[in-house]
Write a protein that binds this ligand. Structure first.
Ligand SMILES: [Zn+2]
Ligand SMILES: [Zn+2]
Length: 701
């Protein structure tokens, strides 16, 4: 029977829907569609299909015949699912290469991850960098051999005897075998993540083995896996092994320590090259590295993981940022409040954070017969301020703001520079309002925080709407409350005109949220600000206001953090600007460099004038040579460099040198001071250049 072809409905980039007849393979359907000229049915090339999605949503191998007729959609190698299949299949090839080179190595799991894959191994000795090169070489041979990934169903007991030598795989069989047969869920490999709950999802009565079969039909290698995979190893266009790391079996420190090898794989050599360039660029911008180089902040071991100290220059960044944010909140009608860092833990039971979120909070401290907790969120304390006296509808909306210090327990493996910390300062606000006021308040907050991000030079964003998972018991509150809250947030988000991406299941337990995802200078996305609609905490704290008819009503509460946390925002800004902060934010805005020691006193006078104009300026009076001083100032990414030689002293002038190396000579002092002060006052986010102030004279050699 031939395959029929129908166009998929209402999709921006239509993928054809194909029928796979009983006893035939998806490949046969794709090939006859391709022969009929149907777009999207190719099985080769950088956008060719590597698996199909069946009508139940499961991904299926191209070459495994269907038992019953079904409709399928091709999944291209460069689609998110296709990339997962590519990367997971590359993990297989890596494991095969490892076992060929190091025969006694035991296998853990090998799932795809963002931008790549890993596989966990128990080798007889740790892998070396030379080993990785050898493994890559072996992988290239396996890819060239065009081995088929051949699927074979197997009974649990047969799998047990076939894998008797692989103790970790045996454990997986125990987790996965014997379940009810249900259709496999897309993207879940045997290797899927580590907890039993997820592993049982992967279940389904039928275990499968994947044999790698050579062109001559001989068996090259076998792995227990639910698949699906690429049709052959040859379909891996480009890969690279990245690094090794230690990892505990099933992520549990009580288990055996394994060796993890990370790799990456892409649909073309160009895509791989682009990715490696992006990594290199990201490494240059790494805020942890720049934090040391620019003397901004550090993470002393004595304090503990995820706890930063800000040095004077980082302190200036904080001061500028907080000052600006503080003023903007005043302008927008927020009241400032202040709350302590610790509280009796009953408060967090009232709010509902305990007991469910205990593992994200620091453990309790016993004091005078009470248990105290470091606060992980400010809202419960703001609720107490709201509740401190009776409230009238006339006071609403009431907008409480605080730079609130909070502490969260992040696992040490997750802590990362300033972007994942254990102690942070949130620019946190809680708006209490009537349900009727809520849409307007949410709109105000969204526009306010988008404006703030733009003021700091982040202007490429999309929004994400996080909603509850109706099948989870993590979320509290009635269906109708959730529906109302979600609709209000969704409308406000749509009204911004920005792209809105759904995030099902991503809501906080007390209500849905809209978050702003900002793209930085090299296209990476950072979750920044959030606006959350909460009907739960007002009920749990019995918050009330007297309405115009005298009745007691419950307000709605809207949580909003503009930058998320000051620490994280500084981390993101450091990477966005690669440390070359806008002049208005830069810790040192201008540095004065004498051509020789004879101009030091003159430049100290110029610096005094600049200081009077509010500019943060330094004079480099060190004994280094001028060229060395210029290089240091460039490395410190100072926006304005002022150079003076004997002639400049005679003319009461300075020469400007900018970050890009351009130079302007003989600018009179008053004009130089006015230009810098004006540029800073205008909060221009781009680096100053000669062109901003008229002609440049080209770089001085
Ligand atoms: Zn697999
Ligand atoms: Zn809150």
């Amino acid at each position: 029977m031939s395959s029929s072809v129908a166009p998929a409905a209402a999709q921006p980039d239509p993928r054809p829907t194909l029928t796979v007849a009983a006893g035939t393979t998806p490949r046969a359907a794709l090939e006859s569609a391709a022969a009929a000229g149907v777009a999207g049915s190719d099985v080769n090339g950088p956008s060719g299909a590597v698996v199909v999605r069946d009508s139940a949503g499961a991904l299926r191998d191209l070459d495994v015949p269907f038992e019953t007729e079904d409709t399928v959609e091709p999944v291209a190698i460069d689609s998110p699912d296709g990339l997962n299949v590519l990367r997971h299949s590359t993990a297989h090839v890596m494991a095969q290469a490892v076992q060929e080179l190091f025969p006694n190595t035991l296998l853990g799991i090998g799932p795809p991850v963002e931008n790549g894959f890993y596989y966990d191994f128990l080798p007889s000795r740790p892998f070396t960098p030379e080993d990785l090169s050898a493994i890559e070489k072996k992988m290239t041979e396996i890819i060239k051999a065009a081995q088929r990934f051949s699927r074979r169903e197997i009974a649990d007991d047969d799998a047990r005897s076939e894998l008797a030598h692989e103790k970790f795989k045996l454990e997986l069989i125990g987790l996965k075998g014997g379940g009810e047969a249900d259709s496999p869920e897309a993207g879940n490999y045997t290797a899927s993540e580590l907890d039993a709950e997820e592993a049982s999802q992967v279940g389904g009565g039928r275990l499968t083995m994947y044999d790698n079969v050579n062109k001559d039909g001989s068996l090259a290698w076998t792995d227990l896996c639910r698949g699906p995979h690429l049709p052959t190893t040859r379909r891996i266009p480009a890969f690279k092994l990245m690094r090794t790391a230690a990892a505990y079996w099933r992520g549990d420190q009580k288990n055996e320590q394994l060796q993890r090898i990370y790799g990456t794989a892409w649909p073309s050599k160009d895509a791989l090259k682009e990715y490696l360039n992006r990594l290199e660029e990201a490494a240059k911008r790494d805020h942890r590295k720049l934090g040391v180089e620019l003397d901004l902040f550090s993470f002393p071991d004595e304090l503990g993981s995820g706890l930063a100290v800000f040095h004077p220059k980082g302190g200036i960044l904080r001061r500028e940022l907080e000052g600006y944010v503080r003023q903007r909140h005043i302008d927008e009608g927020f009241d400032f409040v202040n709350t302590p860092h610790i509280s009796k833990d009953g408060l967090f039971h009232t709010s509902g954070h305990l007991p469910y979120y205990a593992d994200t909070m620091f453990p309790p401290m016993d004091l005078e017969g009470s248990e105290y907790r470091l606060k992980a969120m400010n809202c419960p304390m703001h609720n107490l301020i709201y509740r401190s006296r009776g409230r009238s509808y006339r006071e609403l909306p009431l907008r409480l703001f605080e730079f609130g210090s909070v502490y969260r327990y992040e696992m040490s493996g997750v802590v990362h520079g300033l972007t994942r910390v254990r102690g942070m300062t949130q620019d946190d606000s809680h708006t209490y309002c009537t349900p009727e006021q809520a849409p307007g308040e949410i709109k105000l907050l969204l526009n306010f925080l988008l404006g703030l991000l733009r003021d700091f030079g982040l202007d490429d964003f999309y929004l994400e709407l996080s909603t509850r998972d109706p099948n989870s018991d993590k979320f509290i509150g009635s269906d109708s409350d959730w529906e109302t809250a979600t609709a209000v947030l969704e409308q406000a988000a749509l009204d911004t005109g920005l792209e809105l991406v759904p995030d099902p299941g991503g809501a906080a337990f007390y209500g849905p949220k809209v978050s702003v995802q900002a793209r930085d200078a090299i296209g990476r996305t950072w979750q920044m600000s959030t606006v959350q609609y909460d009907f739960n905490q007002p009920a749990r704290f019995e918050l009330e206001y007297q309405s115009s008819d005298g009745s007691r009503q419950q307000p709605v509460m809207i949580h909003s953090a503009k930058f998320g946390s000051i620490e994280r925002f500084i981390g993101v800004l450091t990477e966005h600007y690669a440390g070359a902060f806008p002049a208005w934010l830069a810790p040192v805005q201008a540095i004065a460099i004498p051509v020789s020691d004879d101009q030091i006193d003159y430049l100290l006078d110029v610096a005094a004038t600049l200081k009077k104009a509010g500019i943060r300026v330094e004079v480099d009076a060190s004994s280094e040579r001028m060229q060395k001083k210029i290089r240091s100032a460039q490395q410190a990414k100072v926006p304005f460099m002022l150079i003076a030689g004997a002639q400049d002293v005679d003319n009461r002038a300075v020469s400007f040198r900018y970050r890009d190396g351009e130079q302007r000579n003989g600018v009179p002092i008053e004009q130089a001071v006015a230009e810098i002060a004006d540029f800073v006052a205008r909060r221009v986010n781009s680096s100053p250049t000669a062109a901003d102030f008229g002609a440049g004279t080209g770089p001085r050699s």
